[in-house]
Design a protein. Structure first.
Length: 350
């Protein structure tokens, strides 16, 4: 009997400690959540399933339908913005007004399957403000009728054929803060590299890079390496290589955050990054936690990474852009169709 009472007290005591710990975690979470910026995704009245209708005088006036009609599908649009605000250590990146989308990814959750679609920033898309051609990165600037996050959301929906449930964006300045908060990010190169425009300068081997160095590495477009005493341009550096760097960074950072055992330490990092994060006004803290936990699956390989094969193209205006060699909708359709089949196979279908 004494043993039973002791065990009972231990259980009650342990439960009390657990509840207290959870209370602390949720208090910190809500205090951090309040520092996150909000934006309204304002959909046109004639928009259905995330697709935007074409103008009445357009001969191809057909409103795209979602590629997969599934109540269980969850879609998050993740954007890394390329505003130049608060980047005191990043002189030389160039100046422009407004924001640009440096990273655009679509997280697709269907049943037990999750996919992460990376969309190149230089992909040629239709600007839904005036129906001219532009780069995907530039639609984040928005227009007088549509705010930037809404325009990016509608553009991605039209491009992929799936409706976006939630939007989340982090300013690249926040990338610097996050890296410094977790103690650096390892970058390994065979030869010394530099990019004078990006303020990038790394020695050969592995460097525990600071936030500013990491940002320069991810954004470098003119990377050079020192070979046999001469600086030469690293071959093949393009938008796709930069996307690979950004994706590798994301996987590593999510892994590092997942390894932080102290709620206080994790919350401290979250509070550091929160001012640089913008989410849609409908995203709840529960949604945010679910998104964060899902992204941790990148390290374990439980998330399927989807790429858009592209080729170079010069527009009539002389702009260098990328065109998909396979329609983006087909890539999304194939993944979601497979995911839906897997869900039914494993008994997860409705």
């Amino acid at each position: 009997m004494a043993s039973f009472i002791t065990n009972k007290r231990l259980i009650i005591g342990g439960s009390a400690v657990l509840l207290a710990a959870l209370a602390v975690v949720f208090w910190f979470a809500f205090s951090t959540w309040g520092a996150v910026n909000r934006v309204a995704i304002e959909r046109p009245a004639d928009s259905s399933g995330g697709a935007v209708a074409q103008p009445d005088d357009d001969p191809d006036n057909e409103e795209p339908e979602p590629v997969v009609d599934s109540e269980g599908l969850q879609v998050y649009l993740l954007v890394g913005s390329d505003s130049r605000e608060d980047l005191e250590d990043a002189e030389g990146f160039g100046d422009f007004e407004g924001n640009r989308a440096d990273v655009v990814m679509l997280l697709l959750k269907e049943g037990s399957s999750t996919g992460l679609l990376s969309l190149p920033r230089d992909l040629l898309v239709t600007n839904l403000c005036d129906f001219t051609e532009t780069k995907l990165s530039q639609v984040l600037e928005g227009c007088s009728a549509i705010n930037g996050p809404t325009l990016v959301t509608l553009t991605v929906e039209s491009l992929t054929g799936v409706g976006v449930d939630h939007f989340a964006m982090v300013d690249l300045a926040g990338f610097q803060e996050a890296v410094d908060a977790v103690g650096g990010y390892e970058i390994c190169v065979e030869n010394p590299v530099r990019d004078q425009r990006a303020n990038l300068n790394l020695p050969a081997g592995c460097t525990d890079a600071t936030g500013a160095q990491t940002l320069a590495w991810m954004r470098s477009r003119h990377t050079q390496e020192l070979v046999d005493g001469r600086w030469q341009t690293v071959p093949g550096i393009n938008d796709l290589v930069r996307n690979e760097r950004q994706r590798a960074f994301l996987i590593e950072m999510m892994s590092r955050l997942g390894d932080i055992g102290s709620p206080q330490a994790l919350t401290s990092i979250a509070q550091t990054v929160a001012p640089f994060v913008t989410v849609d006004s409908e995203l709840s803290i529960v949604d945010a936690i679910d998104l964060a936990m899902t992204m941790r699956g990148l390290e374990s390989g439980s998330i399927t990474e989807l790429d858009v094969p592209v080729y170079d193209f010069i527009t009539d205006a002389g702009a260098s852009v990328l065109l998909p060699s396979v329609p983006v909708r087909e890539i999304v359709t194939e993944f979601l169709s497979t995911a839906a089949s897997d869900s039914v196979y494993f008994g997860l279908g409705g």
